[in-house]
Design a protein around this ligand. Structure first.
Ligand code: PRX
Length: 690
């Protein structure tokens, strides 16, 4: 599809000519010739940065500590300056922020006019048209395609014209259910360009999960692919969409991109995207959007109810993704940034799409799996594509380290500078392996803590300070503008000093924080601002060391983290409880060597059941897979005559967690249970099942 050009080039950053913004893509490319800017080829330049944030050199601030202090003490000056220097605006903002952490009212860069797609694409297509914007690392190793900024700009403009031509307009919600590809990124950024709100749904979710997300946002337009290709297997994506839209009367059109080109049934609402793109104009005038217009929503699990559509806005999110990508990973011009996350997760949004592209970097679109065709895939790819950064999930590391060092050592990894990870705690063994074996003891490990809601990385060992000490297995230090606070869950008092553990909250607003839950602002306020008034509450617990470094202790609510995927226990229980033979269930997490956390379901059957135990177990696993996703399948199902409940009928999950973790001696006080004898039965049954 795209030519293989050349790797790497210089990005000409700096102040942009605002008048360019009012022009179409074509005009931009003419101006590009006028400016006479040329991109350097294949020099992989490491520009020597003398100071982390040159914007504040004039204030005499060069150390990370000074800059961090400024970000906390004078946030308006700090973020306002960076917003103006790092982003390109149609109109300057009149007020840097209007936020109230007590009421969850968050607004940044008020009255500013901007377009995220222009910041991610047009300005780089103008300054460095031949620079590689993305490397599409397709499933089969060695079949990668390179897309320059100019080529991508054309695709983006075509996609924007196609969407607009079919009536998609500002404020519309567009669901994207696609494998990673330049076309998928173009779909996201085309929404951003015309002001539609994209809702990317991970293309591994079931039809029911997709339908729930479509209905919640009353989506009229879906963009999908005929099929996906992953780990050598074909995945029938269009079929999932067909099943989903049957239950979604709001859907008016489904664009189908041909990833494999195999024939798939097309109905009267289906549109062949490739054909439309072929004939569309490659010039498009972007919409002039308000800083606070919504850019996207992304569903994530909570402890109760259905997944919530976390909504992010144009300017604040973009600035935060831009800043964190550049500084957390010390990204330098000419480098190739390799975040292997899917675009269906926030990591893919911030560190595959918005962060790297807004910095004019070369970003990786990894379509495959860490073990295809063998467990050396990541490192073979690092050698072949000369990746300078790799950003992945601890669960993949744990799996790969079990396969032995030889899969790593046979490839040249000398291009790597930073090794990032996200999504779950990075345990000591995996940290050691990552640092010593993968990184040969010379690359920083960036263990990054953040969430869908934070928009970008919030805690990370070296947020711009190249010489700062790194300690294994903790994200350690807050990024600019983030002041973590630990609060006592019972007294709600702030815990000061070191060696304390509490609810992880943030004191001040930052530009990248979520603005609302789409269609349910009350739930937003209740979830994040009610428990600890005046603070943003993350839902996680954390420990602060004697030296003031942060270590995440895990979720404080009923949210599981399975291989880095967030799952509400209630979501799984709902599926299990729907089975005709099930009376009730309780799902908890338990420590799992590879996945971090496994799923353990305690299931109480009705008095009369229609199936054998074996059939039931298989039904339940299948239901979780087909109605949520394959990662929602319980690892263990224990059929039990009852659940441990208090006198008021509340399930005591604390007890279930201990049983699932195989720690029957740590059950604690069970005397408050309505029927304490159930505990013994559960422990026995669990032990028999091992
Ligand atoms: O529990 C924390 C865990 O992942 C949760 C956020 O999940 P999600 O919104 O899906 O975003 C994942 C990618 C940003 C957090 O509440 N988590 C994330 N990073 C870490 C982590 N737990 C421990 N250490 C981390 N570095």
């Amino acid at each position: 599809m795209f030519r293989c050009l050349h790797r790497g080039s210089n990005l000409l950053t700096g102040v942009f000519n605002a008048s360019l913004l009012r022009t179409s893509a074509n005009t931009v490319s003419i101006l590009e010739t006028k400016t006479g800017r040329k991109s350097a080829i294949n020099d992989n330049t490491r520009s020597i940065s003398t100071t982390p944030l040159p914007e504040f050199d004039k204030d005499g601030l060069k150390s990370h500590d000074d800059l961090y202090r400024l970000s906390i003490e004078k946030p308006d000056y700090f973020w306002g300056t960076l917003a103006r220097s790092r982003l390109q605006w149609y109109e300057d903002f009149s007020l840097t922020k209007d936020c109230d952490m007590k009421s969850g009212h968050i607004r940044w860069f008020l009255d500013g006019k901007i377009n995220a797609s222009v910041n991610c694409v047009d300005r780089h297509a103008e300054s460095s048209p031949d620079k590689i914007a993305m490397i599409w690392e397709k499933d089969e190793p060695g079949t990668q395609e390179y897309v320059t900024y100019r080529e991508f700009q054309k695709l983006l403009c075509k996609m924007s014209n196609v969407l607009e031509g079919h009536g998609v307009k500002q404020g519309d919600r567009v669901a994207i259910y696609m494998p990673k590809s330049p076309t998928a990124v173009a779909a996201m950024l085309a929404c951003a360009r015309i002001g539609a709100i994209h809702s990317v749904v991970f293309a591994g979710f079931s039809a029911e999960a997709l339908a729930g997300r479509i209905m919640d946002a009353q989506v009229e337009t879906v963009i999908t692919a005929d099929q996906g290709v992953r780990g050598g297997k074909i995945i029938d994506l269009k079929k999932v969409v067909d099943d989903a839209v049957q239950t979604c009367p709001c859907v008016k059109r489904v664009f189908v991109y041909q990833r494999t080109g195999n024939e798939v049934p097309m109905s009267n609402i289906d549109i062949n995207l490739d054909k439309e793109l072929e004939s569309a104009s490659d010039s498009h005038t972007p919409a002039v959007l308000d800083s606070e217009d919504l850019l996207f929503m992304l569903y994530t699990s909570g402890s109760t109810g259905k997944p919530k559509g976390i909504a992010h806005s144009q300017a604040g999110y973009l600035l935060y993704a831009n800043m964190t990508m550049k500084h957390v990973f010390d990204y330098k011009e000419g480098e190739t940034f390799g975040c292997v996350a899917d675009i269906g997760w926030i990591t893919g949004h911030s560190y595959v799409v918005y962060g790297p592209l807004s910095n004019g970097a070369t970003t990786l679109l990894f379509e495959s799996t860490p073990v295809y065709p063998d467990p050396g895939r990541y490192w073979e790819m690092v050698e072949r594509l000369k990746l300078n950064h790799i950003y992945l999930a601890p669960t993949a590391l744990r799996m790969l380290l079990k396969n032995g060092d030889e899969w790593v050592l046979k490839y040249d990894r000398s291009s790597l500078r930073k090794l990032g990870c996200v999504g779950e705690p990075l345990n000591n063994e995996a940290w050691d392996w990552y640092y010593n074996v993968v990184g040969e003891g010379r690359c920083d490990i960036c263990d990054t803590w953040w969430q869908t809601e934070t928009g970008g990385i919030a805690i990370t060992p070296r947020p711009s300070s190249p010489d700062a000490e790194i300690r294994p297995a903790m994200p350690m230090r807050p990024f600019f503008g983030i002041e973590p606070v630990l609060l006592d869950p019972v007294t709600k008092q702030e815990l000061t000093g070191g060696n304390v553990k509490g609810a992880l909250c943030v004191r001040h607003p930052w530009p990248g924080m979520a603005r609302t839950i789409y269609g349910d602002h009350d739930r937003f306020l209740k979830t994040y601002y009610a428990d600890y008034p005046g603070f943003y509450f993350s839902g996680d617990g954390a420990y602060r060391t004697q030296d003031g470094y942060y270590q995440i202790t895990g979720r404080m609510d009923d949210v599981l983290n399975v291989s880095g995927h967030r799952l509400g226990t209630a979501e799984i229980e709902d599926v299990i409880d729907d089975h005709e033979d099930v009376a009730e269930s309780a799902v908890v997490g338990f420590p799992h060597e590879i996945k971090g956390e496994g799923i353990y379901a305690f299931v109480v059957l009705k008095d009369r059941v229609s199936k054998s135990e074996e059939e039931l177990m298989s039904d339940l696993k299948h239901a979780c897979k087909s109605r949520v996703s394959s990662f929602a399948q319980p690892d263990f199902i224990l059929l039990t005559p009852g659940l441990p409940k208090t006198r008021s009928g509340k399930i005591m999950r604390r007890i279930l967690r201990k049983i699932a973790a195989n720690k029957p001696d740590e059950l604690g006080d069970v005397s408050t249970l309505f029927d304490p004898s159930i505990v013994e039965i559960l422990v026995d049954k669990h032990q028999q099942s091992l």
